[in-house]
Design a protein around this ligand. Structure first.
Ligand code: UDX
Length: 439
């Protein structure tokens, strides 16, 4: 099948390389010429495990190509995936201008019947509006809403072995066409969920809003655990084994971030308010999440007391989660900014996100380090903000020697408090009793 993927960002690249891996002829298009040249050369400008490998495989098999020529890609393809960004505006509204422009271009350039597959996250109701625009084309353009559920850091696996694929359309031929594309990735056909386009659009928001809500809920439970001396890790396991609840996305921490949850919660909240629908749960989810970095910083401030300002802290992790260089809406970055605002100086290390972080941080107060041990040398405490695997088993003896004081604030609950006390560390994490070696 000949396919065009418009927008060679994170979702577009994974989709393009994934579809090329099953023998489709895929052209990924972007307006950024520099990026396209890099990609054509097999270099992927974002950190996503196995993506570069898959892109190179597609290029070598001549199933994947990159171009800036949108018109040509549209003309030579039957199926066109739209994977451009839909950023949030200040009031939470979605900026659909790029989606609109691309759809108009598809309508204008079509030289025969096409299927437009919307993978960009768009609010329910968008399919109907775009469908009207597509009517202006001289050729039939069927519309399919096909939301993505890729997680950064495991996007290739999520694409090649999805839990489910949602296909939302009112056009039966288009539904069958897209089902055929996805069948090689799904062992069980019942995991292809066909529905109307508005329900497909809504499924994406409901999924992200539910996952975000679970995280905020657990962060609230964690705060109560801290006060009553309970251990949220035990509570998490205690509830996660209930099959009705399940154990995914129940890890408390410094809050959720990234390019999806914060933006999607804002957008659905905006829509709910516009439509005069109740949205108290979502508002609370957002409110709890917004306050999470600050609550963590308050605990650090309390430890240092009045003499806090001026202390030097080591920070591990700046990315919004492990296995990515993405710092968008990163709770780690928010925490670092709050710490510097409160007078702390920081030595920070992240395995992949340093370059992105450097552009946003006050380098007068934040020194970016090349290795994790450089970031803890002579610091008064270590603050862990991202759950990178390389932070799971550090050399604690080396930490003890390098750090001025053996104090760790762990915003990701990476270690066992009891063991940390035995190692001689004062260890404060989220929703678990603080481990103090002196008691
Ligand atoms: C999310 C959805 O999971 C994915 O299906 C959708 O397509 C895009 O948005 P992503 O943003 O890549 O994916 O990351 P995810 O793993 O869901 O984590 C989002 C944020 O929540 C991160 O900051 C992460 O650290 C945090 N998180 C996640 C928690 O705090 N606790 C958890 O239990 C899980």
């Amino acid at each position: 099948m000949k396919i065009a993927v418009i927008g060679a960002g994170y979702v577009g690249l994974v989709t393009g390389a994934g579809l090329a891996s099953t023998g489709n002829k895929v052209t990924c298009v972007d307006i950024d010429e520099e990026k396209i040249n890099l990609l054509a050369d097999g270099q992927v400008p974002i950190h996503e495990p196995r993506l570069e490998q898959l892109v190179r495989y597609g290029l070598a098999k001549q199933n994947l190509s990159f171009s800036t020529d949108l018109g040509r890609a549209i003309r030579s393809s039957k199926i066109i995936f739209v994977t451009v960004g839909t950023p949030a505006q200040v009031d939470g509204r979605q900026d659909l201008s790029t989606v609109d422009t691309v759809c108009e271009q598809i309508a204008g350039a079509a030289n025969g019947p096409k299927t437009l597959v919307m993978k960009s996250t768009v609010l329910p109701g968008t399919a109907r509006k775009i469908g009207e625009k597509l009517q202006t084309s001289r050729h039939k353009i069927a519309y399919v809403s096909n939301p993505e559920f890729l997680k950064e850091g495991s996007a290739i696996d999520d694409f090649l072995k999805p839990d489910r694929v949602v296909i939302g359309s009112e056009d039966q031929d288009a539904i069958e066409e897209i089902e055929t594309l996805y069948k090689p990735f799904l062992r069980r056909e019942e995991n292809i969920l066909v529905m109307d386009s508005a329900s497909a659009e809504m499924t994406k928001y409901a999924a992200n809003a539910m996952l975000a809500t679970r995280i905020s809920f657990m962060n609230e439970m964690a705060a109560i655990c801290e006060k009553v001396g309970a251990d949220v890790e035990k509570v998490r396991r205690g509830i996660g084994t209930d099959r009705r609840i399940g154990n995914g996305h129940l890890f408390p921490g410094v809050g959720y971030g990234g390019s999806c949850f914060p933006k999607d919660v804002s957008a659905i909240l905006y829509l709910a308010e516009l439509l005069d629908c109740p949205a108290g749960v979502l508002r609370a989810t957002q409110h709890t999440n917004d306050g999470q970095p600050n609550r963590f910083v308050e605990r650090i401030k309390k430890h240092f007391g009045d003499k806090g300002g001026g202390s030097v802290l080591g920070v591990w992790g700046l990315a919004f989660k492990r296995d990515t260089d993405d710092i968008r809406e990163s709770p780690a970055m928010k925490t670092v900014k709050l710490l510097t605002k409160n007078g702390f100086s920081i030595k920070a290390y992240d395995p992949e996100a340093t370059e992105n972080a450097e552009r946003e941080l006050d380098t007068m107060r934040v020194m970016l380090c090349r290795d994790p041990y450089g970031a803890v040398t002579d610091v008064e405490a270590l603050v862990i903000l991202t759950d990178w695997p390389e932070f799971s088993n550090p050399d604690f003896n080396r930490l003890s020697t390098l750090m001025q004081k053996r104090v760790i604030f762990d915003g990701r609950n990476l270690y066992e408090p009891k063991t940390m006390a035995q190692r001689g560390f004062l260890y404060c994490c989220i929703g678990r009793p603080t481990a103090d070696p002196s008691t």
